[in-house]
Write a protein that binds this ligand. Structure first.
Ligand code: AMP
Length: 284
């Protein structure tokens, strides 16, 4: 497994792979790898001959007062996991390498960030779109893999790729969960033991919404009210948002249709957790 730290070397390596007739899958991450990340990598390997991942905690997607400085890091552990899953190249640039001082261009998707996490994290998706566009230009993938756990991020990136005619296939991978249902996240490491049970309220909300929907409830407010009561019945919880929306536009819906997205963000103690699911007619 190769480890590359500079933009120039990474670009040259990817170009050489392409000239050699190889296909490239790319998985961007912020490191502290868990089984969710590894599942993305396995999916990438199925779709291309070479697998490149990036490990980069991107400062431009963190707002003031967010957890950039505390974000967990474990370079040694990450490299071991990447090696075991069969990654070919790990791109690990420094912040200075990715953002030279003279950089003044940002990529902004206009409407999708005006919903869900974008409301409480202004500028977050500009940071995400910009760094992913840069990483795409540097690693030159044919296929890039993202987790459905970050549903809005996947939507923003898919939209950017479409709007900017980027010749890259975007793959979404279902959320990987702990045995008790908690969606895996690097941020789960922040949870204190007494908060861990409250973190399960997100998964329980998804199950509750599914049961209500299958039982014939179509009023978004009724479902959101039930979820709110469920979440707030757990200690240490504070709701950022509970949304029922159109899975393509992310616009709120009042009456559920054939296919709907339930998305929620809940603070458990100081840790902000997100989760989501699709509620579809004729499906579990
Ligand atoms: P991050 O390192 O948190 O920026 O995540 C890197 C990629 O892994 C993103 O595409 C995430 O959506 C994806 N990811 C994170 N957690 C999970 C999970 N539990 N299941 C599936 N994908 C995930």
């Amino acid at each position: 497994m190769e480890i590359i730290e500079t933009v120039q070397e990474m670009r040259q390596r990817s170009e050489a792979l392409r000239l050699d007739g190889q296909t490239i899958a790319f998985v961007p991450t912020m490191g502290f790898l868990h089984e969710g990340h590894l599942e993305l990598m396995r999916a990438g390997k199925k779709h291309a001959g070479k697998l490149i991942i990036s490990v980069f905690v991107n400062p431009t997607q963190f707002g003031p007062g967010e957890d950039l400085d505390q974000y967990p890091r474990d370079t040694e552990g990450d490299l071991e996991k990447a090696h075991n899953v069969g990654v070919d190249i790990v791109f690990m640039p420094s912040a200075a390498e990715m953002y030279p001082e003279e950089s003044e261009t940002r990529v902004r998707v206009e409407n999708l960030p005006r919903h869900l996490c974008g409301l409480s994290r202004p500028g977050h998706f500009d940071g995400v779109a910009t760094v992913v566009a840069k990483l795409f230009n540097i690693t030159k993938p044919h296929v890039a893999v993202f987790g459905q756990k970050d549903y809005q991020q996947l939507a923003v990136i898919s939209r950017m790729v479409m709007d900017l005619n980027m010749d890259i296939q975007i793959l979404g991978v279902p959320t990987v969960r702990e045995p008790d249902g908690l969606a895996m996240s690097s941020r789960n490491s922040y949870l204190r033991p007494e908060e861990r049970r409250s973190a399960l309220s997100l998964r329980k909300s998804i199950d509750l919404a599914g049961a209500l929907f299958r039982g014939g409830e179509k009023k978004a407010k009724a479902i959101k009210d039930e979820i709110q009561s469920l979440v707030l019945s757990h200690p240490f919880t504070e709701i950022d948002y509970i949304a029922l929306c159109d899975p393509v536009t992310l616009d709120d819906v009042e009456v559920l249709g054939h296919e709907n997205l339930l998305a929620l963000a809940v603070r458990v103690g100081k840790t902000r957790l997100i989760d989501n699911c699709l509620l579809r007619e004729g499906r579990d």
